[in-house]
Design a protein around this ligand. Structure first.
Ligand code: GDP
Length: 306
């Protein structure tokens, strides 16, 4: 990529897309192409085709997706499967038709089997059953990875998939019901502090382990993958640090200065027990995360809620 390349960031308003936009801007890329959901519905094949015809991007980042926390995935499985399949299919096919030089497709660590050996390597894809709560989203993302691989094989494209661990950042969804665990707990504890509630509910047992990465760290990895030559077509991106949901809740309690009790509601699902990634490929490419979990949580707390 050079600084005047036409770079399309699909999903530039979201958690990951906005961080990629910022990372590219910081590095001096000047020709960023962005469309809001209202301007371009990526589930619409004709509209997506028209957009590529008109804008003629050179590079594409696919950070657009229907995303949500464990309950949103359970409640809207058809939306997660359909919309993510459409977004991946339309963008990858149009990128092939328009000879895009390089494309980065973003997935998630939930594409790997529920009982993968830990840490999970890229080779573990499709070696066992998926976690039930994530299955529709994961199937759509696996289809996207396979589209990238098959277009590379059949048509000589240069499409790469990046699989990040659990993410968090400023442009997250802070809805307590549909968001992921970090924004949901931060909002719930803050509300509880303000209204003097004696306890806050945490879903599940608190035992699952998760690996969290700040969206800004992920964005730097994504830009690096697009700038460098790399032979792999799937690349894990994780912080290498695991924390239990119980310890995460305690950390958020400290940051939000909530003084009440934490109650674990075991009638809510835990999801997968553990999913730490083997990120040796991206580390060998020279990337390292810079934002510790505590520092990242503090930054979000101060930026979003102050
Ligand atoms: P997952 O990695 O796909 O399961 O993503 P989530 O961020 O939705 O959930 C991570 C873990 O946090 C799961 O074990 C959830 O049960 C647990 N969790 C605890 N409280 C909450 C909450 O309020 N919202 C969400 N989304 N998860 C929670």
């Amino acid at each position: 990529m050079d600084k005047s390349s036409r770079i399309y960031i699909a999903g530039h308003m979201g958690l990951v897309g906005s961080a990629i936009h910022q990372a590219l801007t910081n590095k001096g890329y000047k020709n960023l192409i962005c469309k809001t959901h209202d301007e371009l519905d990526l589930c619409n094949a004709e509209a997506t085709a028209r957009f590529f015809q008109t804008e003629k991007p050179d590079y594409v980042f696919i950070a657009a997706a229907k995303v949500g926390g464990i309950q949103a995935n359970l409640k809207y499985p058809a939306d997660f499967l359909y919309q993510n399949l459409m977004i991946a299919s339309h963008l990858i096919h149009q990128s092939y038709l328009h000879n895009i030089q390089k494309l980065l497709f973003l997935g998630s660590s939930c594409i790997y089997p529920k009982h993968s050996p830990q840490p999970i390597s890229e080779h573990d894809l499709l070696t066992g059953p998926l976690e039930y709560t994530n299955e529709p989203y994961a199937i759509a993302k696996i289809a996207g990875i396979k589209l990238c691989q098959t277009y590379n094989r059949q048509h000589g494209c240069h499409f790469i998939s990046a699989m990040p661990c659990n993410l968090y950042g400023i442009n997250d969804n802070f809805n307590t019901e549909t968001g992921h665990v970090i924004p949901a707990l931060m909002k719930r504890m803050l509300d509880a502090r303000i209204s003097n509630q004696p306890y806050v509910e945490i879903w599940g047992t608190g035992n699952p382990l998760r690996e969290f990465l700040h969206a800004d760290d992920l964005a730097n990895a994504c830009v690096l993958i697009m700038e460098k030559t790399c032979k792999k077509d799937i690349i894990n991106i994780g912080s290498g640090e695991e924390i239990s949901i119980r310890d995460l809740a305690l950390l958020i309690k400290k940051i939000t200065k909530y003084k009440g009790e934490l109650i674990f509601n075991e009638s809510q699902p835990d999801g997968t027990p553990r999913k730490i990634l083997n990120s040796s490929v991206i580390r060998q490419m020279g990337w390292n995360p810079k934002i510790s979990l505590e520092k990242g949580l503090l930054q979000i707390y101060k930026t979003v809620f102050n």
